[in-house]
Design a protein around this ligand. Structure first.
Ligand code: ADE
Length: 381
């Protein structure tokens, strides 16, 4: 890959010679050149900016030097990246996409930005991307070009000596990374979570996935579960304080189940509040709140490569709005990577549930169901 970076402060980009991009250059995977925009100015003062048409504060970068720079540096198949706070947000997916290009030209703007006609002209000689690295304003696009370059270069084939680490890290699969620990096992009174010392790989994978989901739901609800916000409602991982409301809601929901399936033993109706506290601490559980009220929940736990779903409940007065389906999709999407099958039980006469599960792709499974219940399963796609 070839990267050209144009700036009025080329020294700003000196770190590119060090660290990761430096390593990629040494390996011959990358050729980076930094250019001073002022070499394409022709006046005594090497002017690159002027006052804005229409008035307003600040200065605008002049079109002539930029157009000459881009004409000199771009060729067939170049992607021209303008780093600007008004660009599209930079993401890991964008980094992956850019890492597949042969030639990137970064145009680092300063002041109030670059004359729009430069961007229009660039679109006629290459593919243009206007990219922001976050919702804040820097003094110029250089730091953004550095950040984008580093995120892109480490994805170049052959760059990473341990490419598996790429698939495990934050933002792959829409989840933040789980917390990590190294020796010693006990340090200043803080212990490494015992599961990590257990040698049980399935339990470790489950714990890590659960931590990643929790972190993401807490810190970045926008990332992992697009369904996090339902109208005015909120879908999130369970907290210990939800136990009482879950206990009450499941009684309400499974009483209706009992009416549809007379005589059937329903575990949800036998549980104590303590039982609920125990399983919400052990399983992956989502709750749905609306107007401060807990109106839905669902849980799942890992058994081998199977994700056992259960306790899918929606307040009876809110049924028929697709909330159950949404909870189902949420708990399915929270399954760890090793899951190949989703499984659940429902009442053999619970017509409404059977219809919803069928629509979601569940079929009669061959597992033993308790009396009055049916076993349903679905392969993960
Ligand atoms: N230039 C100034 N602020 C920026 C930002 N947030 N992203 C990209 N380029 C910028």
């Amino acid at each position: 890959m070839k990267i050209d970076i144009v700036s009025i402060f080329p020294d700003y980009l000196a770190p590119l010679e060090l660290s990761l991009p430096g390593k990629a250059q040494a390996k011959g995977l990358l050729d980076i050149a930094v250019h001073d925009l002022r070499q394409w100015t022709h006046d005594r003062h090497h002017t690159t900016d002027d006052t804005p048409y229409g008035g307003g504060a600040g200065m605008v970068m002049k079109p002539e030097p930029w157009a000459q720079a881009l004409d000199a540096l771009t060729g067939d198949g170049s992607t021209i990246v303008f780093t600007t706070p008004s660009g599209a947000p930079f993401t890991q997916a964008m980094a992956t996409e850019l890492s597949g290009q042969d030639h990137l030209v970064f145009a680092c703007g300063r002041y109030e930005g670059i004359d729009q006609r430069v961007i229009d002209h660039a679109a006629s000689i290459g593919e243009v991307r206007e990219i922001s690295i976050g919702d804040y304003v820097l003094n110029g696009g250089e730091v953004a070009a550095l950040a984008i370059t580093e995120a892109v270069v480490r994805l170049l084939p052959g760059f990473m000596s341990n490419p598996e680490s790429l698939t495990e890290e934050s933002h792959e699969g829409g989840l933040l990374e789980y917390p990590v620990y190294t020796k010693p096992a006990s340090w200043r009174g803080h212990d490494v979570p015992p599961v990590l010392l257990s040698g049980n790989h399935a339990a470790i994978a489950h714990w890590r996935h659960d931590q990643a989901v929790r972190r993401t739901a807490e810190r970045r609800p926008d990332l992992a579960h697009p369904a996090t916000l339902v109208d005015e409602g909120e879908l999130r991982l369970v907290q210990p304080g939800d136990a009482g409301e879950i206990y009450t809601l499941q009684r309400a929901c499974w009483l209706a189940e009992l009416e549809a399936n007379p005589g059937v033993e329903i575990p949800a109706l036998k549980e104590t509040l303590e039982d609920v506290r125990r399983w919400i601490a052990e399983d992956t559980v989502f709750v749905l709140r609306s107007g401060g009220r807990l109106v839905g929940a669902v849980r799942a736990s890992l058994h081998g490569s199977s994700w056992h779903l259960g306790r899918l409940m929606v307040a009876p007065d809110l049924s028929g709005r697709g909330l159950g389906r949404m909870l189902l999709e949420t708990i399915e999407s929270a399954a760890p990577d090793e899951v190949g099958t989703y499984e659940l039980f429902t009442g053999a006469r619970s017509e409404r549930n059977l219809k919803m599960y069928k629509k979601a792709g569940y079929r009669r499974g061959d597992g033993d169901a308790p009396p009055g219940a049916v076993h349903l399963s679905k392969r993960r796609r």
